[in-house]
Write a protein that binds this ligand. Structure first.
Ligand SMILES: C[S@@+](CC[C@H](N)C(=O)[O-])C[C@H]1O[C@@H](n2cnc3c(N)ncnc32)[C@H](O)[C@@H]1O
Length: 263
């Protein structure tokens, strides 16, 4: 049976066609705006789940040293090619649940659409590892895929169909088909596609799970996507586009870790 790292590796060659992440590198992105506020002089940053490395050149320009981490060799291979002329980017093939053996004393950790582990135990172990490699005054920021944005798109698709005269039951079927609902488990927030299983986040889950794992959420806002990447997007342009969630967090002391403890 293939592991998730195999599936991600396979996805590397067709990454740009299948994923919508590059939108987080537009100048208006809250991720880039937050990064620009950090003085990276003399600092070490980790790009956790760097994928094919779209963020690495930006980080390499700003920080003294960049650790590019991913568990999928196919992704790392493309990221290495992108950074062939950079001397301050180090690559590590490892999973988030095993970071502390290779990384420590990180000033800034970034995770862009990579905190998607379908098993919550693995997801939380990864978050706790990220906390353990950060300096006490470090920062953790990133982008999380939003399950509530799928609900929003669905609502607009249903109303679009109703507006065209479809009976409601048919409008729902139309929305489910266009929104690829068969790929989602809405109750548990998961998305399965070509063997890849990804956790999609609810906004209320973000402070909750970060706090369980030793972080305090400092800022949460929508990172807007482009309608051009969504079914019937051309018809829905009068509405604000769907989003992912941008977060900024800081590590807290072990004494204030979740009363639930690690599970
Ligand atoms: C959706 S891609 C995002 C890639 C990149 N951050 C970007 O914005 O283009 C998710 C990446 O996270 C990596 N990843 C997912 N789970 C991981 C884990 N548990 N440990 C290490 N890397 C992981 C995948 O291999 C993939 O490259």
């Amino acid at each position: 049976m293939n592991s998730q790292s195999d599936y991600w590796s396979d996805a590397a060659s067709r990454y740009e066609e299948e994923f919508i992440d590059p939108y987080h590198l537009q100048s208006s992105s809250p991720l880039l705006l937050a990064l620009a506020k950090i003085d990276g002089t003399g600092k070490v940053v980790a790009d956790l789940g760097c994928g094919i490395g779209p963020l690495l050149p930006i980080l390499a320009d700003q920080f003294l040293l960049v650790h590019a981490v991913d568990f999928a060799p196919g992704m790392l291979e493309r990221a290495r090619q992108r950074c062939a002329n950079r001397s301050n980017v180090l690559f590590h093939q490892c999973r988030f649940s095993d970071l502390s053996s290779i990384l420590r004393e990180i000033d800034v950790a970034v995770a862009v659409n990579s905190l998607v582990q379908p098993e919550l135990a693995e997801l939380e172990t990864g978050l706790r590892q990220i906390r353990s490699i950060l300096k006490p005054d470090g920062q953790f920021l990133g982008i999380l895929p939003a399950i509530d944005a799928v609900h929003y798109h669905t609502m607009l698709l249903v109303d679009r169909a109703r507006h065209r005269g479809m009976p409601e039951a048919q409008a729902r079927q139309n929305a489910a088909m266009l929104g690829e609902h068969s790929l989602y488990d809405f109750a548990f927030g998961s998305f399965s596609y070509l063997g890849l299983e990804q956790h999609f986040w609810q906004p209320f889950e973000i402070p909750y799970r970060l706090e369980r794992c030793g972080f305090r959420l400092l800022h949460l806002c929508k990172a807007e996507l482009s309608w051009s990447q969504f079914a019937a997007g051309a018809d829905l342009r009068e509405h604000p586009p769907p989003w992912d969630w941008f977060f900024l967090a800081e590590p807290v002391g072990t004494s204030s870790l979740s009363p639930f403890g690690p599970s």
